[in-house]
Ligand binder design. Structure first.
Ligand SMILES: *[C@@H]1O[C@H](CO)[C@@H](O)[C@H](O)[C@H]1NC(C)=O
Ligand SMILES: *[C@@H]1O[C@H](CO)[C@@H](O)[C@H](O)[C@H]1NC(C)=O
Ligand SMILES: *[C@@H]1O[C@H](CO)[C@@H](O)[C@H](O)[C@H]1NC(C)=O
Length: 373
């Protein structure tokens, strides 16, 4: 992407653009980064589904998530649906920042000085007024912000102040469940595609509401190739598989959703001129991981690590990961998929590193750059 298109598509102010160019030219950091900005705690707010839930469902609904979830890295169940860290955890660690606490975790002891995670397993954009839809998560954020600033005004310390909310990054990763739920209601492909604009409008509304709350930096993940998820593959009639064994209709719906989301991001950059909105093509990263699994050191990308039933998917809806009778692959084995829907820590690490590469971002703004400017 040329600098010309950066100027046109995102309305960065001149200082930002200059800083960006200096960054790419690797001018010594002390020169490119204003000194006052160094050492600030990066603040991140996350909205989404199980791809980003770091314990919200467990805290919010008391839903039990058992080992072997969390067996890697944490060595205990943290409420994450994976053997270890999620993409959002790796993104936090890339900033040397602490991992995000779920907003609903009453016993965390956290003051949420580095942000809060509103993402909850199973969340979708619609229906709108059902916990924990994107709209509800944004309403929770609005409450969180008002309450935090109220406490700040009474002199409480170690809380995010007004400037902190303004400088924070707002990450959104949602949509996969909207598409999956639509197909599971037995809607045809055409019927599903007719619902997609409404899903994306909810994301647009969320960004606008957050913007009106003072948010200026947005990081929006598109949705992955859900037609490659072993759970979906095992529960659907095997027709229209692509050359990698994924369901074409699901992936085509995901791509349509992503096109719509891309257009909305572009539209919002024009409307919200002082905002930075980075759209990240996570779909391509995940599809590449399936298609070229061996190249990245993985094997059997459609075969679940933690499940039951054996090949081709090792997924049985009656005996899922952590439920009586499940079997789990050896730690360190090269699986992409953990439980039929979610990725392994190893896959999440690879996905996060590709996200951080900026090669899949539009505009190509480095993740850590957003916290210094
Ligand atoms: C994180 O820490 C490592 C090791 O100390 C350092 O090399 C890196 O620059 C730090 N990254 C950020 C974004 O501060
Ligand atoms: C789903 O739709 C197909 C084709 O319209 C129909 O044959 C089938 O019975 C439906 N299944 C359910 C569970 O409604
Ligand atoms: C697989 O890798 C090849 C070679 O790098 C690349 O051209 C292709 O686009 C990749 N496939 C997918 C589906 O990303």
């Amino acid at each position: 992407m040329s600098y010309h298109s950066i100027i046109c598509s995102c309305n960065f102010n001149l200082f930002f653009l200059l800083s960006l160019i200096l960054y790419y030219l690797s001018i010594p950091a002390a020169f490119a980064i204003p000194k006052t900005q160094i050492g600030k705690t990066p603040v991140i707010f996350v909205f989404g589904d199980s791809n980003s839930d770091t314990g919200g469902l467990a805290a919010g609904l008391g839903f039990r998530i058992n080992l072997p979830n969390g067996r890697t890295f944490f060595h205990r169940s943290t409420g994450r649906l994976s053997d270890g860290r999620l993409v959002i955890d790796f993104l936090c660690q890339s900033l040397n920042s602490s991992l995000l606490t779920p907003y609903l975790d009453a016993l965390s002891g956290s003051t949420f000085a580095n942000g809060a995670n509103f993402a909850i397993v199973g969340s979708s954009t619609l229906p709108k007024y059902v916990p924990f839809s994107l709209n509800i998560q944004v309403m929770q954020f609005v409450h969180f912000k008002a309450r935090t600033l109220e406490l700040v005004s009474t002199g409480k310390r170690n809380l995010i102040n007004d400037q902190g909310f303004r400088d924070a990054l707002y990450l959104i990763d949602i949509g996969q469940n909207d598409i999956a739920d639509s197909f599971s209601k037995n809607l045809s492909y055409v019927e599903v595609t007719k619902k997609i604009p409404d899903f994306v409008t909810e994301i647009e509304n969320a960004i606008k509401t957050l913007y009106n709350q003072g948010a200026r930096k947005f990081w929006v993940h598109n949705t992955g190739p859900l037609g490659c998820l072993p759970k979906i593959l095992s529960l659907s009639p095997k027709k229209n598989l692509d050359s990698f064994g994924c369901l074409s209709s699901y992936n085509a719906a995901a791509r349509l959703f992503n096109e719509e989301l891309f257009h909305v991001s572009q539209k919002l950059r024009i409307q919200l001129t002082d905002a930075t909105i980075v759209y990240v093509d996570v779909h391509s990263i995940k599809y590449d991981l399936i298609a070229n699994a061996t190249k990245y050191g993985f094997s059997n990308p459609l075969m679940v690590c933690c499940g039951s039933g054996g090949p081709p998917y090792n997924y049985d809806v009656r005996v899922t990961c952590g439920q009586p009778g499940y079997q789990v692959c050896e730690e360190g084995s090269p699986h992409v998929n953990w439980d039929g829907i979610h990725h392994t820590e190893a896959a999440n690490k690879m996905i996060a590193s590709r996200i951080l590469s900026t090669a899949y971002s539009n505009p190509r703004v480095p993740f850590d750059f957003l916290f210094r400017h």
